[in-house]
Design a protein around this ligand. Structure first.
Ligand code: C5P
Length: 410
């Protein structure tokens, strides 16, 4: 199936009987992973209701250019900027003419003029209207403007005639839309990233945490999105804003993080544990703030679940990548972790160098797997994350190819 993970498709619907297929089209675009928003012309609403399109797209449908109810939503410029691709399906003869002339007299034509995203039209009309030299001149003009023509197909028409002018079927349109995007190394793959510190409460106001800022985990999530993945980011408390297009899940303690991961892991292909999870938590959490008392205070701690090891232990589970932040004997500890936790790859980093590691913008990593060791030089975390994702994708695809061929052999 075509993959449109993370892609934002603006579906424009104009007035034509083929509009009844637009509901199926929107549903199929979403099934392929796209987020879909719909803009309808006045004429389109005579063929299919905005309510139907709202239900299948999951968003309110926009219809008019000057609408005070969209003040808090998206106006035409925001919609134009939001889209990765605008598809007008069905596109009527009238709409093709307007588009060719650069008119902006309703919301849809204005968005088409205001967007710098690729624009595609799926014409649908009576065969005589399609063959009319005026329409053909418009089609010629649209091609010169760089607008993509998807179809039309040929065959029986709703008006009883036979010939060119049928809108392409929704599944053909989804494939054509998917073909407009350069696919990334993780296209169609689901990635889960844990990030940030955890907070282990000892009373209502105090607790144990660590110096993780979440920057590395958030950068890894962002890089995975850029590579085309659907990304679930399970994050402990940080001051960071989740990158666009990730599905954020916010947690506080290690146990909450563990539960959030386990609830969702069945759908995950690659798990990357970047979070600095607390190994221990206070055994008892005081209901009230603990008062000052004797000179020394004993707090008993108990072990937290090891999220990474538990994910790696799942039969036929995801490709697992762990982080090893160490202050000494980095590679030794990292190799040890690779074996003990049965993960596919460990990204090791020194956290005793002040300009690198925790809370810093720069980092350096050594990637360790059973197939060897790779050094990633000191660089900004965003760039480093992209390199890391590239290596993870290579490892993931190599493992899957081996497993597939083993299954075929069996
Ligand atoms: O054993 P250590 O804590 O050094 O291992 C670090 C790696 O394990 C990181 O990838 C971290 O996200 C993960 N981890 C975890 N759950 C824990 C402890 C660590 O997922 N309770």
């Amino acid at each position: 199936m075509a993959s449109l993970t993370n892609k934002r498709i603006l579906l424009g619907i104009t007035g034509g009987i083929a509009a009844y297929k637009s509901a199926d089209l929107a549903r199929r675009l979403r099934d392929a992973g796209a987020e879909v928003r719909v803009v309808m012309t006045q004429a389109a609403t005579g063929f299919i209701t905005p309510l139907t399109m709202q239900a299948v797209s999951g968003h309110p449908v926009q219809q008019t250019l000057l609408d005070e109810t969209t003040e808090n939503g998206m106006d035409h410029i925001e919609l134009a900027r939001w889209a990765d691709l605008v598809l007008v399906a069905p596109a009527s003869a009238n709409f093709l003419a307007k588009l060719n002339q650069g008119r902006a007299d309703d919301l849809l034509s204005t968005v088409c003029l205001a967007t710098d995203a690729p624009l595609a039209v799926a014409p649908a009309m009576n065969q005589q209207m399609w063959l009319n030299p005026a329409t053909q001149r418009n089609v010629f003009g649209l091609k010169q403007l760089g607008i993509k023509l998807f179809g039309p197909g040929s065959g029986d028409q709703a008006c009883g005639e036979t010939g060119p002018g049928r809108m392409l079927e929704p599944e053909e349109l989804v494939d054509l839309v998917a073909g407009q995007f350069v696919t990334g190394t993780l296209q169609g793959i689901t990635v889960m990233v844990t990030a940030g510190p955890t907070w282990e409460a000892m009373d209502p106001v105090r607790g144990f945490t660590n110096r993780s800022s979440g920057k590395m985990g958030y950068a890894v999530a962002q890089a995975a999105v850029e590579a085309g993945a659907r990304v679930i980011l399970v994050s402990g408390p940080t001051a960071l804003k989740a990158p666009e297009r990730v599905e954020p899940v916010n947690v506080t303690s290690a146990r909450e993080m563990h539960d959030a991961v386990m609830e969702r892991v069945a759908a995950v292909d690659i798990f990357i544990g970047v979070a600095a999870v607390a190994d221990y938590r206070p055994k008892a959490v005081a209901e009230q703030k603990i008062k000052k008392g004797p000179d020394t205070l004993m707090i008993e701690l108990e072990r937290n679940p090891d999220i990474l090891a538990n994910v790696a232990a799942i039969t036929d589970g995801p490709f697992t990548v762990g982080f090893a932040a160490e202050t000494e004997n980095l590679l030794e500890h990292a190799r040890d972790k690779l074996q003990k936790k049965h993960v596919d790859m460990i990204a090791a980093n020194r956290v005793d160098q002040t300009e690198l590691g925790f809370d810093a913008d720069q980092n350096a990593l050594t990637l360790i797997s059973t197939s060897g060791q790779i050094e990633l030089e000191p660089q900004p975390k965003t760039r480093l994350a992209r390199e890391l994702i590239k290596h993870i994708a290579t490892g993931f695809h190599a493992k899957n190819t081996t497993e597939d061929s083993r299954q075929t052999y069996r």
